[in-house]
Design a protein around this ligand. Sequence first.
Ligand SMILES: O=P(O)(O)OC[C@H]1O[C@H](O)[C@H](O)[C@@H](O)[C@@H]1O
Length: 333
Amino acid sequence: MAAASIVASSFSSACSSLLTISSSSSSFATTAQSLSPSALKFIALRKGVLLKHKTLLSYSSDSRHKGREALKHNSCVCQAAGSAEIYLYGACVTSWKSMDGKDLLFVRPDAVFNGIKPISGGIPHCFPQFGPGEIQQHGFARNVTWNLLSTENQAGSPSVTLDIEESEYSQSMWGHAFKATYKVALEAERLRTELIIKNTDTRPFFFTTALHTYFSASIGGVSVKGLKGCRTLNKDPDPKNPIPGVEERDSVTFPAFVDCMYLNSPEELLLENGLGDRISIKNKGWTDAVLWNPYLTMEASYNDFVCVENAKLDKVHLQPGESWEAKQVISVV
Ligand SMILES: O=P(O)(O)OC[C@H]1O[C@H](O)[C@H](O)[C@@H](O)[C@@H]1O
């Protein structure tokens, strides 16, 4: 799409770029913004038409989230029926607001938006490795800038599609050619994501992966239902040597530190976030789940979020030309 390619080329050198998608009954807008120390570039699309493209010469960097507030301040997006923000850096969805304007995702107060480390919050990717292992914790997909491939507005559901391929940086730690394609679509009271990993190499490879979703919460009131009977690998106390077990509770709560992997989890989990919201987390292809709350190891913020992560913890083996695909839909129920 022409407008999308303008967005991509305008922002290729930027250190941090943001897409905002929003929907309402009568209008649709996608904006892409980019921040560099001296210039903020801004593009707004409405019904697929390029509306604005301008460069602002300064921004304030003194907000808690270094640049995030400045970016939001300069966006012009209708939020009547929900909205979502996606950074090209890490293809990280940093905000998903429902109709009433409440943000159901959480960004940690220690998050930075300067491209120096992964954005700590929202929905970061873990790829091509979940957790510790041969390469850096949670892989590299969360700390590289993705390309904006296209934007769409299908039946009032705005979406963006991003991708990454191997680079000198990725090959310095994982020597394979691949393509990861990630689509994020905003629907009424739902956020849908689709991830496709393709082996574009001449040799087979394997990977593990996850969507490390941070939900806004009041941890004392949080419960996750749907995991009873699952085999577990408890990463507490040693993430490198998880302890096997079986989940026996109907409803998992968070009275202390939690870091646990659930194998062959169901296609739907129900999260009560302790703030009055009941959130359905559905998936296809994400066969496992991870629950994490750092408790007092992150004293400043542990009370305000819970991570419920769709994951693929068994190695996915792909032959040359093969693809793996998984979908997640989160919705307020
Ligand atoms: O600090 P990060 O690298 O983002 O990882 C944060 C957490 O992610 C997952 O939930 C893992 O299960 C945890 O062991 C890890 O501490």
